[in-house]
Design a protein around this ligand. Structure first.
Ligand code: SF4
Length: 213
């Protein structure tokens, strides 16, 4: 039996949509997916994420997929102005996308909006939920403001098992460089730890030789 809710679920990509769609379906929520992501750069990446979402999430579960207007110039105008100020930039980015989802929901007669973005521990969860609620309020809609972070490990496992495309950056041109810098910092940290372990082993071996003499 339907829960009575008609929800438009903003989705950022296939892997992040696996668990939220499973959970909403289990709760008998009637929902469609809205792929509204003008943040994604370059356009081929936008298409790749969209086709992954369609192939692995929407088609197998027979979920309606509504594509938003891909408008990178709007993103440049309203979001890129914040540059490397990550919190301000991401807030503006969530606002742009949720505003589009809320407008679409109102136009098509949905009563509630939600998003898959909160599954990622790399996103700013509190900011996402604030902007989602604000977008819903502006359009007189209900909001299902859920934090899906506890499903991240499972979503990662399933998406790997299915061989889904898994991007290694959030989406915008700034995040390509930020993700690269994070990977390099993590590698440097691992290399340093490896070096420290190696030196410790050498010291222990030298100590062993001394005590045998
Ligand atoms: S890092 Fe992600 S959420 Fe933040 S501005 Fe870039 S695409 Fe948007």
């Amino acid at each position: 039996m339907s829960s009575g809710t008609r929800m438009l679920l903003h989705a950022c990509c296939g892997p992040c949509s696996l668990e939220p769609t499973r959970i909403f379906a289990q709760e008998d929520v009637e929902f469609s997916i809205h792929y509204a992501n003008s943040n994604i750069f370059p356009p081929e990446e936008y298409e790749h994420r969209l086709s992954t979402l369609r192939e692995h999430v929407c088609d197998p579960q027979d979920i309606e997929l509504i594509e938003g207007d891909y408008d990178p110039s709007a993103w440049e105008r309203e979001v890129a102005v914040y540059g490397t100020d990550r919190e301000a930039r991401c807030r503006a980015c969530y606002r742009l996308r949720f505003e589009e989802t809320a407008r679409e929901a109102k136009k098509r007669g949905f009563d509630t909006i939600s998003t898959t973005l909160t599954i990622s521990p790399y996103q700013l969860t509190d900011v996402i939920l604030e902007e989602l609620e604000a977008a819903a309020a502006r359009h007189g809609l209900n909001v299902d403001a859920r934090d899906f972070r506890d499903r991240y490990q499972e979503a990662t496992r399933i998406s790997r098992e299915k061989g889904m495309y898994r991007q290694n950056y959030c989406g915008c041109r700034f995040s390509i460089a930020e993700a690269q810098a994070q990977r390099e910092a993590a590698k440097m940290q691992r290399d340093q730890e490896k070096h420290i372990r190696h030196v410790a082993l050498l010291c222990m071996a030298a100590e062993g030789v001394r005590t045998q003499k």
